[in-house]
Design a protein around this ligand. Sequence first.
Ligand SMILES: Nc1ncnc2c1ncn2[C@@H]1O[C@H](COP(=O)(O)OP(=O)(O)OP(=O)(O)O)[C@@H](O)[C@H]1O
Length: 334
Amino acid sequence: MTEPIIDVHDLRREFTVRSPAGRLRRTRTVVPAVDGLTFALETGSATGYIGANGAGKSTTIKMLTGILVPTSGTVRTCELDPVRRRKVLARRIGVVFGQRTQLWWDLPLRESFRTLAAIHRLEDRAWQARRDELVDRLDLGTFLDTPVRQLSLGQRIRGEIAAALLHSPRLLILDEPTIGLDVLSKERLRVFLSEQRDLHGTTLLLTTHDMDDVQRLTERIIVVDHGRMAYDGTLPGLAARVGAERVMVLDLVDPVASLEGVPGTRVVAVESDGLRHRLAFGPEQTTAGAILEAVGTRGQVRDLTIEEPDIEDVVRRLYRAHSYHDHQQQARRS
Ligand SMILES: Nc1ncnc2c1ncn2[C@@H]1O[C@H](COP(=O)(O)OP(=O)(O)OP(=O)(O)O)[C@@H](O)[C@H]1O
């Protein structure tokens, strides 16, 4: 069996924060930023790594890429110890931080690519072909010769992503890649990333607060909360876990006053004088087919759609449930 591309076991990272306590004394507080994480990612997979501000996402990414040394536990990225083999690892991964540039501020992208190719010791023909592909797919042609500091945010992020992919890494780690981008730029970036994954089998790991990124780009989500694993699975699985409801919107041929009493459902709204009904249901309670059958005995259905739960709401519910669970555990311990 091949080794996972990322393999993390009981990973911890603490920070010691010193703060003034009176005029001369300082207190030391230990912050467990990452607190015992274990997970593995398969090659070619796409995973959303999500959590509230301060949950430990960036700290994890820094340990995966060898920037930070773990306090304890083990990390392997692309079959390497990231801290000890950081240089070799840099040739196998690409990293993009949406809020920080990794490009040379005063150089145009064209020069940055040349410099990166030299750093990675890439063969001329190979990197130039790759550059041309990236320029084409990311539409960089019109600003290749503009210094990075003069680029708009959207142009710079595209440049960052091209730079991170120039050496064709097996793993691309993106930390908030779409932050601050407009809707169209976000969409283009998502299309590009999915395409790269399909074409080159690039493994994607992304942290984001944008649930559309998660929904569009990944098939698995890992949710961290206070440095600990709060959830690891699929989005629909998460929705089911927190009891999020789907809503069936039914358009009837003739008006019906109410669809109250359809087993496993809750009436959310009756609209258009009884022609349109919204019924909420939990996947554990009933199925769309069963609802349709029950409604069919009370009126003829013209059309139906199913609205999936709002993912932002699903994640919020998970955080709430998780911190409640944490409080309970702490109360039991004390
Ligand atoms: N260098 C540091 N020194 C002290 N504390 C730190 C340091 N870096 C991170 N922390 C703390 O560790 C915790 C996790 O921070 P981290 O940046 O990993 O969170 P995050 O999930 O990436 O948050 P965000 O979504 O805001 O980027 C926070 O409480 C943060 O204050």
